[in-house]
Design a protein around this ligand. Structure first.
Ligand code: PLP
Length: 357
């Protein structure tokens, strides 16, 4: 193996807080992958996938669930299964679906994005949802097709939507005759933060997508859950976009470990994020609202008279710490499996050193 010269000179990243997607599979996952019983899943014959999908349906309290390649494919297949070409998807202007998924539902499904302003806590104002969802006989308008929420909210910094708020949105959706889909990439973080089972959140939506590959630490995969007829439509769209996999029980085996062994430990990530936020709040140059640090994501702002995010991140990396940016002066750090409580002080020292110049 050749080593790039730049890699040899650069200090190794010791604490990687860019995302919870950088997690390595646990030893139990590697063991489960090794032992997994496999079959052709396009024929419905992979026993490990069938077990994972049944477990996911049970945990979310939905009739059925299906394994997909990624969160992006989960949202895409769900949106195409819910909406018809020319219909509007009502969603937040800071949502992952709108900002980071290549416009897939529009490009591939002919859906129109109708974005609503996102509040700092990740919610969308109820009156704006109601207005957007109202049926109209005006022939100028693209008819509404579905509503989407995101919990926890990525760009808002891992904020948690309350079940009461979600119930209110669900009532609006029902009154308008529209399905409500949840981008729940990190819905298990929300459940752990609220100290409720994930089904207590999922009960307020018609469908949801969640990632096995983020804080739950599996190497690959997401789940879409919902009613039986909806999941049958998702399977059809999944095949159409090339997501029909064969002996993917290799993936599902790690997913089962993720759902059975990796949920409760998310509270460790949340405690580490709170500790990091507390330390950052004590640095006068940094703008942060610790009350918004509710799960594994820490979002903070750099001072206007200091380095911008790109300069800050490059300097931080020289100290062995990696983070990512959410804007020109906004930084995101995500705690996860593999980051130890003892490393938070090291991260804070690195941040202080960089800001001291
Ligand atoms: C990561 C993420 C996704 C997409 O998941 P991938 O597996 O990376 O495609 C969707 N929604 C939210 C909120 C996310 O954070």
């Amino acid at each position: 193996m050749y080593e790039k010269r730049s890699d040899r000179l650069r200090p190794a990243v010791v604490v990687d807080l860019r995302s919870d997607t950088v997690t390595q599979p646990s030893p139990a996952m590697r063991e489960a992958i090794n032992r997994a019983e496999l079959g052709d899943d396009v024929y419905g014959e992979d026993p490990t996938i069938n077990r994972l999908e049944a477990l996911a349906a049970e945990l979310t309290g939905k009739e059925a669930a299906v394994l997909v390649v990624s969160g992006t494919m989960g949202n895409l297949t769900a949106l195409l299964a819910h909406g018809q070409r020319g219909q509007r998807v009502i969603l937040g202007d800071e949502s992952h679906i709108f900002r980071y998924e290549g416009g897939g539902a529009s490009a591939l499904g002919g859906l129109v994005y109708h974005t609503l302003p996102t509040a700092a806590d990740g919610s969308l104002p109820l009156d704006s949802i109601q207005q957007a969802a109202a049926p109209s006989s005006d022939t100028h308008w693209a008819p509404p097709g579905l509503i989407c929420l995101e919990n926890t909210h990525n760009r808002c910094g891992g904020t948690v939507l309350s079940p009461a708020y979600m119930a209110d949105v669900h009532a609006i959706a029902r009154d308008a005759g529209l399905p409500l889909h949840l981008d729940g990439a990190r819905v298990f973080n929300a459940a752990v933060a609220l100290d409720v089972p994930v089904s207590a959140i999922a009960t307020h939506v018609d469908s949801l997508q969640f990632c096995l590959s983020k804080g739950l630490a599996a190497p690959v995969g997401s789940i879409v859950a919902g009613s039986q007829p909806f999941i049958e439509r998702v399977r059809r769209v999944r095949k159409m976009v090339g997501g029909g996999m064969r002996q993917a029980g290799i993936i599902a085996a790690a997913g089962i470990v993720a759902l059975t062994e990796m949920v409760e430990r998310l509270s460790d990530d949340h405690a580490n994020a709170r500790a990091l936020a507390g330390g950052l709040a004590a640095i006068p140059a940094i703008g942060i609202d610790p009350s918004r640090v509710q799960t594994d994501i820490v979002r903070f702002d750099l001072p206007a008279d200091g380095p911008d995010a790109a300069t800050f991140l490059a300097a931080l990396r020289e100290h062995g710490v990696a983070m990512s940016s959410l804007g020109p002066r906004t930084v995101r750090a995500v705690t996860h499996y593999g980051v130890e409580a003892g490393q938070i002080d090291q991260v804070l020292s690195a941040v202080r050193a960089v800001l001291a110049g």
